[in-house]
Write a protein that binds this ligand. Structure first.
Ligand code: TRP
Length: 325
């Protein structure tokens, strides 16, 4: 029996390599299950409500990035969240039974308000973010939800909301399980978290030339100022990338950096080749997709149709239990 899998990604800009390793690569692995993947545009609006001029573009870019990553519409169902109205409707229903205290103590809520200081996030929608996410997941009665560690609190809330619904109205929703991404977090070019607000990303849409330029400009061990200074790979972001994208040379680089036999520039040159090799299938697919806009629109429309069929059925069951027509 195939497992029902649901996941989503927020379209708030171009997707980067961190998104690929943290989510899309996992989606790809799980797509031979019964998988539903959404571009969560409602969730994007919770923080980007002032970017209304860009949202549509972000959604389309996300679709291209996801498909270029090798997520295949023949294997899974890919759709835009707001194209399936039931997400908003079940979200509203679940908001009736979600205690405020659960949302106020949600650690991601506090973190995000801290992190996105320039934005006013004291809104109903932003506080309710996890309720909408619970609706995304429960509408499909998901068993597994591939997410990164940062989403564990949201998944726990989903389970609590499911339990509360089942307790109040009778059993309807299974409690989904998190499928944690095995890959480590990819730091940005400067060693901090990869994030567009730090301008330290390698985007899936970067051309090979841009990737080369970015890698060659990367920070290394700050204490290694001259070519013949000995270095410490443990504090070097380039070495971290080597471990992920060029594992065959890790021992050689480790020793060569410490003894100063290997220079940072040579290390970076090797990394560029390995990374471009890693990204080649993404680059190739993207080139083709850029000329297939109508086809992408059709893929998303078909995805919404398939997702909608499941969502309508669950929502009808939920309404019946709650006592709505
Ligand atoms: N909150 C998730 C994130 O920021 C995105 C998301 C929206 C999601 N709906 C979902 C993830 C449903 C899993 C399941 O990464």
């Amino acid at each position: 029996m195939k497992k029902r899998i649901v996941s989503g990604i927020r379209p708030t800009g171009k997707l980067h390599l961190g998104n690929f390793l943290g989510a899309l690569e996992n989606w790809k692995k799980l797509q031979d299950e019964d998988a539903f993947f959404m571009i969560a545009d409602w969730h994007a609006l919770t923080t980007e409500y002032e970017s209304h001029a860009q949202i549509r573009n972000y959604v389309f870019e996300a679709a291209i990035d996801i498909l270029a990553s090798g997520v295949s519409p023949e294997e899974c169902t890919l759709f835009i969240q707001s194209d399936v109205k039931e997400h908003a409707e079940l979200g509203l229903m679940l908001s009736m039974i979600t205690p405020l205290a659960w949302l106020e103590r949600n650690p991601t809520y506090k973190d995000q308000i801290e992190e996105l200081k320039g934005k006013d996030l004291h809104t109903h929608g932003f506080l309710g973010y996890p309720v909408l996410q619970a609706a995304d997941i429960l509408l499909y009665k998901a068993e597994g939800v591939p997410v990164g560690e940062d989403q564990l609190a949201h998944l726990e809330l989903t389970r609590e909301i499911a339990r509360r619904f089942n307790f109040l109205y009778g059993k309807l929703f299974p409690e989904p399980e998190a499928l944690l991404t095995p890959v480590k977090k990819l730091p940005g070019l400067d060693g901090r978290k990869m994030s567009k607000s730090y301008d330290n990303c390698i985007y899936l849409s970067d051309s090979p030339e841009e990737v080369r330029k970015k890698i060659m400009g990367m920070m290394t061990d700050p204490a290694r100022k001259r070519r013949y200074d000995k270095g410490n790979p443990d504090v070097c972001p380039v070495f971290y990338y080597d471990k992920i994208f060029n594992p065959a040379v890790v021992r050689q680089v480790d020793a060569g950096c410490r003894s100063a036999e290997l220079g940072c520039v040579e290390d970076k040159q090797m990394l560029v080749e390995a990374l471009l090799n890693f990204m080649k299938p993404i680059h190739d697919r993207r080139k083709q997709l850029e000329n297939e806009r109508a086809k992408i629109t059709e893929i998303l429309r078909e995805g919404a149709r398939r997702a909608g069929a499941v969502a309508q059925k669950t929502l009808a069951e939920a309404k019946e239990k709650v006592g709505l027509a």
